[in-house]
Design a protein around this ligand. Sequence first.
Ligand code: MN
Length: 744
Amino acid sequence: MKDRKIDPTKTEKGIHLEDIIETLHKHYPDADADPIRRAYAFASQAHAGQVRLSGQPYLSHPMNVALILARLKMLPPVIAASLIHDTLEDTGATAETLEETFGKEITRLVEGVTKLSMIRTSSREERQASNVRKMIMAMSDDIRVLLIKLADRLHNMRTLDYLEPDRKRAIAEETIDIYAPLANRLGIHWIKNELEDLSFKYLHPLEYKRLSRLMKERKEDLDKFILTIVNQTRDILMKERISAEVSGRHKHIYGIHKKMRQQLLDFDQLFDIIGVRIIANSNEDCYRALGLIHENYKPVLGKFKDYIALPKENGYQSLHTAVLSPTGKRMEFQIRTQQMHRISEEGIAAHWRYKEGGSVKPGKQDDHFIWLRRLQDIDHTADSSREFLENLKMDLFPDEVYVFTPDQEVMAFSSGATALDFAYAIHTQVGHRCVGVKINAESVPISSKLRNGDIVEILTSENQRPGKSWLKIAKTSHAKSLIRSYIRNAQREEALRLGRELVEEELKKYGLDCKRYCTNLSLEKAAEAMGFKNSEILLERIGSSKLPVYHFLQKLLPPEEWKKIQDASKSSLKNLFFKLIRRRKVAQNIGVKVGSTDNMLIRFAGCCNPVPGDAIIGNISKGHGIVIHNKSCSLIKEMASDPEKFVEAQWERPEKKQLHPVRIVAHAVNRPGILAKVSAAIAESQANINNAVVQVTDLHHGELNLTIEIEDLEHLERVMDAVRNVDGVRRVERGLDAGRPAKK
Ligand code: MN
């Protein structure tokens, strides 16, 4: 060490390890400093050779952070963690090494701080800033992580001078938007004030210089003045045997700047105003103290506020008054009890009151403040700080998670929300077209739950359409209602189309000319006669078989035609719908024959994707015609008790070659390149892949969910065999169950 110019144990402010330990022992004489010494040794080795932009050894940074935390009355684990807080991010150290050397508690703290430093913000919008603040809170599962982060930021702000101008500005903005309010939330006002002043210095350098010069000129006088008033006040109270703490303060630079802006006052009007705080033992003493202050100093009219009798909406209680000093200087007094003081110092507490809409009754014991009292001494054990943060989180965002868009925008969701909810939150069309999602650059199912800090990217396809199964995947009411309305519209259109066809069929059945009887005009007339708003609603009702077409014809046709039909028809109304469907003529050969005739209103089920060669069955579904299912489809098995809903179906040669989508699931060893090999095998078997979702099931295994296009069963078997032969694939099966993502 002798030959080094800079003693690495000294920081730029000359901090030595022993200073930190001495500060610790001032608060906790018996505390074991060993973890701190070991962390120091570890950090000096890990950061050896690293130099800060200031030219100081890197170690000076964690040393200063540790000293700040020691002054905040932190215990050895926190101080030790702060000494090594940058080793995971900036040196070769791994979490495993840390855990071996320092154990779980300290390692968790370091990991927590490292995780927070991954959060980057770019936007200055207030909503964004507030979301980022919440995200930081949500991501720290230990309050001590936040405290280390604040101390880290404080020291970085103190040494910001050495950075590039752009970086300085960005960090100062982030500090004033995110970290100063966090410090305020945690009730550490001196950190909040210093962070604000330092940010102000870099954001508005000229104004900062002007104000600090003005302050410096008058600070000495002002400090003397404050001391005089505080002593006078103490004497006044003592004479009347009121025991109270009295303190005085002047505003910090940023506070003055803010007030100047908000109230359009100039420096002279603000600077001289000092604050005096009296903390008494009881409400009664507060009022007595107020009386004494008014007796001894001249009150300013209209400035007295009794927030004890009438607490502010957020629960804040205090007596406020402004008085003039003997020399005519304005002084603001706040008089309150210890309990009220704690509440006023703590933003979260205010929040609770606000939410409950009630007020704090003087002297009322309140469990919410137990953690708060702990925070005052900041003697955090792991348990109490975890409890604190849990309370904090429950209150601020009981069920929220915060995630990033690829553009680094933070979005808030209720907890349990899935990637599909995210897609709908971006845009309705992004939701409707969502085919896949990448979370933190990995493809995952759209049903994946969002976790704090995730970066979420949605993949879309023009051909995608929402299905009923999405209602189970989406958790937010926003997404659910969009999916529902899409499905409703799609069903309505389908019903409308079907209704038109049914009417045409029925007319043709009786040899009536559609063009003649079924004009727009006659349709509207009939609709009106039957009490429907318009003919579309009427046709929809027919198409969804809620209204027998037979009834409708009565209104549509001239009486003489109607009579003919009545005579001809022997069918019961009950079977009409079914019969009509069966009588449908071939309009388009899709390769399936239902019952004894071909049928145009046939669709293939999306759940089991039947292919030529499969045993199939037709399901008569309201408003959808006939849906062809694989006989082994789980949906069909569920409906087996209702045989009327089924009709026999067979494959037949289609006019044109048809491709059928089929889902297959390949269980494979989780190794790089496996998807590429499987894709190649499928391509070699002359099949296309429509969609592929890869899901990691455990450390060593993965699942490939593939939708491929094939011609028939024989082709499918060929493809599946090819996939089975890929090295690393364990098992391949057909997906027959409604496309539900595999359980984890
Ligand atoms: Mn740091």
